[in-house]
Design a protein around this ligand. Structure first.
Ligand SMILES: Cc1ncc(C[n+]2csc(CCOP(=O)(O)OP(=O)(O)O)c2C)c(N)n1
Ligand SMILES: [Mg+2]
Length: 597
């Protein structure tokens, strides 16, 4: 390369780098005399005026390059302004401020969730993170009001550090913490970024929306409180402390309904199951009370005979004229084991709905924080989620993150900051949200549903909450977590916190709030009174299954029982230890049992 070529390359080599598009935009503004072009850039182009032709050549690329931007060949600035003195230091300063500000913004997108206010109990401490402080990028307090060119980053042409910080903290460090920068698909990542950063997408609720949220919280809390007083010490694995799950689920079904989904298939464990059955699937309160009283008639041929917090149900829900069939799969005690069952059911339902797009039936899996982080089956289901033979078009996962697993605190149960990290193995976006901010929970649920429906991939809502009572209601949690439970005892319920918020906003009065709470309690009292006489019938062959119901007397039942004498013999002999040996002795062989069955 000749010396003159070297010089030309030195002055224009930056055009070949990844910032080419940005410089191109600057240059187009320069030749079009756009007043929004920062002084520094104008001076820069003037400063290399004798090389403007080579700049144009670089931008235009080779003759076969399909250029979209039109560049004027006739550069009148050359002579006109070439005498202007360029302050190179200012130019560099302006450019590096832009680059450093963009680096700061990027750090918030990546790590802002670590500073977000997710814990309703405010026990969890956030560490000081250098990379989220402007000083780390060379901005001192006196630089905070200096204008910085952002070229549309953060939806701003220009801004300053004070404003940038305020936007970033509001977006990324409030009641919601987002993790999406690990997504490798640029279209999905950009969609997510715009969804959370654009003003027009900000969290805003109408009066109706707010009162619907309050109503659901009153139902969720009122139901648990009622069971707590009527069935003292009885196991129910209450949702107390995580009531926001209910308005969150409602939002998913509502947004799904608007997008014309037909079915939602839910799988979940013990925590909050009765509440979901009652307040989302609309299983009658009367029936739940009846089951609580242990009055399922197990002698009936049709009865299920399982514990009440394992039972499933289904119903048709109507939102804004859209009907959505919602069903909850029965589950075993083995945590997370229901997940592949729900995914298989979803896939089968999609087949019967001819749902090639996988947007008519969507699965929701609700997990405990300890189980989600600890059970290998979670990773297995994620690993299968993208396979052609198993894909369900993405699951919406909700972690009811009450920050405890039985008696184990998170720091003794997992090795990562959030219980959701395993979901990063499939690039799933993760929305962490403070359960005491129900509007944020509903907003996060809306974003999650939109993402699932748009990109057909898994998404996670990490609902950070607490557990007001023990693992089950017979346990005393302050033996193992004394500090946490001291806080919980004096902590207002979510419905109370939200009710007070709406009173402060003058949307309701204190009287209205108390009326609503009382009305719901009266309804439960009424249902409770008649629950004893309720005769439940398990509906095995309803709806789509009705054609499979065998006619009376036509059911094909074989003899499956074993001889009573043999069973008694086994039972008598099982605890005995044979003479002079440590082995059990049984006077029946397994073949005897098989032949009798
Ligand atoms: C596979 C499996 N392991 C262990 C248990 C016993 N167990 C029942 S609940 C529970 C704690 C679960 O904690 P978490 O997932 O955080 O749910 P939470 O009860 O806090 O809602 C454990 C260990 C189980 N039921 N299944
Ligand atoms: Mg838990």
């Amino acid at each position: 390369m000749s010396a003159s070529k070297n010089l030309e390359y030195k002055k224009t080599s930056f055009l070949n780098k990844s910032n080419n598009a940005f410089i191109e935009q600057m240059y187009v503004k320069f030749i079009n005399k756009d007043p929004s072009l920062p002084e520094g850039w104008k001076e820069y182009f003037l400063g290399i005026s004798e090389d403007l032709d080579s700049v144009v050549r670089e931008i235009k690329g080779p003759s076969w390059n399909p250029k979209k931007v039109k560049i004027k060949e006739n550069i009148e600035f050359k002579k006109e302004d070439s005498t202007l003195k360029v302050n190179q230091a200012d130019v560099i300063d302006g450019n590096s401020n832009s680059i450093r500000a963009v680096s700061l913004i990027r750090s918030y997108r990546q790590r802002g969730h670590l500073l977000s206010k997710l814990d309703p109990l405010e026990i969890r401490e956030s560490e000081y993170l250098d990379e989220l402080h402007p000083e780390n990028y060379g901005f001192n307090k006196e630089d905070y009001d200096k204008q910085i060119y952002l070229d549309g980053v953060l939806n701003k042409e220009y801004s300053n550090i004070r404003e940038i910080l305020s936007i970033l903290r509001k977006t990324y460090c409030g009641s919601i913490g987002y993790e999406y920068m690990h997504i490798s698909n640029p279209t999905e990542r950009k969609w997510f970024r715009d969804r959370v950063e654009k003003d027009e997408n900000a969290l805003k609720f109408t009066e109706n929306g707010k009162s619907a949220i309050l109503n659901k919280l009153i139902q969720a809390e009122g139901f648990e409180k009622f069971l707590h007083t009527k069935y003292v010490g009885s196991k129910r694995f209450g949702l107390d402390g995580g009531e926001s799950l209910i308005p969150g689920l409602e939002q998913i079904i509502k947004i799904g309904g608007q997008s014309k989904i037909k079915e939602v298939k839910i799988g979940m464990s013990h925590r909050g199951r009765l509440n979901v059955l009652a307040n989302v699937l609309q299983k009658s309160y009367k029936r739940i009370f009846n089951e609580f009283a242990g009055e399922i008639n197990n002698t009936e041929e049709d009865s299920a005979g399982d514990v009440k917090y394992h039972l499933g149900a289904s119903s048709d829900r109507e939102f804004d004229g859209n009907s959505v069939h919602v069903s909850l799969t029965d589950n075993p005690s083995h945590l997370e084991a229901v997940n592949p069952v729900v995914l298989g059911q979803t896939r089968a339902k999609q087949f019967f709905h001819k749902d090639a797009e996988r947007n008519k039936v969507i699965p929701i899996l609700i997990h405990g924080d300890a189980a989600f982080a600890g059970q290998g089956i979670v990773a297995e289901c994620f690993a299968m989620s993208g396979l052609p033979g198993h894909n369900t078009g993405g699951t919406i996962h909700i972690i009811v993150n009450n920050q405890i697993g039985f008696t184990t605190s998170p720091r003794f149960a997992r090795s990562s900051p959030h219980p959701s990290d395993i979901a990063k193995m499939v690039d799933a976006p993760i929305i962490h949200v403070n359960g005491d901010d129900p509007e944020a929970v509903v907003y996060g649920s809306r974003i999650a549903t939109e993402f699932r429906l748009k990109f057909n991939r898994d998404v996670v809502i990490d609902l950070v909450c607490y557990r007001r009572f023990g693992h089950n209601e017979g346990d005393e949690p302050s033996f193992t977590q004394p500090l946490m439970y001291k806080k919980i005892r004096s902590h207002q319920s979510t419905a109370n916190i939200y009710g007070s918020k709406l009173i402060n906003e003058n949307l309701i009065s204190e009287g209205d709030l108390n009326d609503q709470i009382k009305k719901f309690k009266d309804l439960l009292d009424d249902q409770f009174k008649t629950a004893k006489d309720y005769n439940p019938k398990i509906e095995w062959f309803e709806g789509a299954w009705s054609s499979y119901k065998p006619k009376k007397g036509k059911d094909k039942r074989g003899i499956t029982g074993a001889d009573e004498k043999i069973l008694k013999n086994i039972s008598d002999n099982v605890p005995l230890i044979g003479e002079g040996t440590s082995k059990f002795t049984l006077s029946v062989s397994s073949s005897t049992i098989a032949s009798s069955a």
